[in-house]
Design a protein. Structure first.
Length: 290
């Protein structure tokens, strides 16, 4: 028997020429898997057996395909998951209020934090590399926060006029590393964070996990061709995706600079993503009116 450590929660164990993945138990997923199967969605990987500490899965050897092709396959399955598990319910006014207030507070706190950080940096004679990088892009952070706030207000106004909303089964941590393509099957793995909720959060998480690796506008258009957001869903999605990451300078200059670069890339790429999508969406609507 041979063991290969993938990370502290997962091992690959070879036993009699067969490979198994031993994954530490975090959450019982039987209920989730039974629900998915009842809805006709079977693109997940069930464990073969379990021990007190581990879930034991068959090892799937992945097929090597281009990253972009794998992403498209994942988006097809993600839309299928949402289509098959969509249900409708009456809007919870309290929950709507909480979403609005929590994100409004988040936007205001980030704006205050960046104002204070900018004020502090501008008092210095010499800026560190990470500070210079942030100052070169700080106006884009403020634009992103203003955009997020504007869309949040529009969502709240729209939402108060609605009576029902859609919910789906969310994976809640969609990324390419949680999607396997083998010769036998295509499966989404790691359902520990799965729950019922508003559909926008899965693509939102996918975007945040992969924005530096993939061209997102085509993937979002592909997803929308299969599962189009309602007006209020689109408004909330745009608001949440526009909120920039929080930058904290509490590490070495190298790590601070890397983290700042990631945040700057997120803000700039997301601005282009939203601009291109809204432009194409507007042009499409104008063509329909002609």
């Amino acid at each position: 028997m041979k063991t290969k450590q993938i990370h502290h929660k997962t091992k690959i164990i070879c036993n009699n020429d067969k490979k198994y993945v031993y994954k530490s138990k975090v959450k019982n997923k039987d209920k989730i898997f039974k629900y998915l199967k009842s809805k006709g969605f079977e693109n997940y990987l069930e464990y073969e057996r379990e021990t007190e500490k581990y879930e034991i899965y068959p090892f799937l050897k992945e097929v090597e395909i281009p990253l972009e092709d794998k992403a498209q396959e994942l988006i097809y399955l993600l839309s299928l998951l949402h289509i098959k598990t969509t249900t409708y319910q009456e809007i919870d006014i309290t929950e709507t209020q909480e979403i609005y207030e929590n994100n409004q507070n988040k936007i205001q706190e980030l704006r205050k934090m960046y104002y204070e950080l900018q004020d502090s940096i501008e008092t210095k004679i010499f800026m560190s590399p990470e500070e210079q990088l942030l100052m070169n892009n700080i106006s884009n952070f403020y634009k992103a926060l203003n955009y997020a706030e504007h869309k949040l207000e529009a969502w709240y106004k729209e939402k108060k006029q609605e009576k029902t909303e859609r919910t789906t089964q969310l994976h809640n941590n969609i990324s390419l590393k949680h999607f396997l393509i083998s010769t036998e099957k295509k499966v989404i793995i790691d359902w520990e964070q799965s729950s019922k909720g508003q559909v926008i959060y899965d693509f939102l998480n996918f975007y945040k996990n992969e924005f530096n690796n993939l061209e997102m506008i085509s993937l979002f258009k592909l997803y929308q061709s299969k599962y189009m957001y309602t007006k209020s869903e689109q408004l909330l999605f745009e608001s949440l995706i526009a909120i920039p990451p929080k930058i904290e300078f509490n590490n070495t200059h190298i790590i601070n600079t890397i983290n700042t670069r990631i945040a700057v890339n997120y803000v700039n790429k997301t601005s282009v993503f939203l601009s291109e999508y809204n432009k194409e969406n507007q042009e499409s609507n104008e063509q329909k009116l002609e």
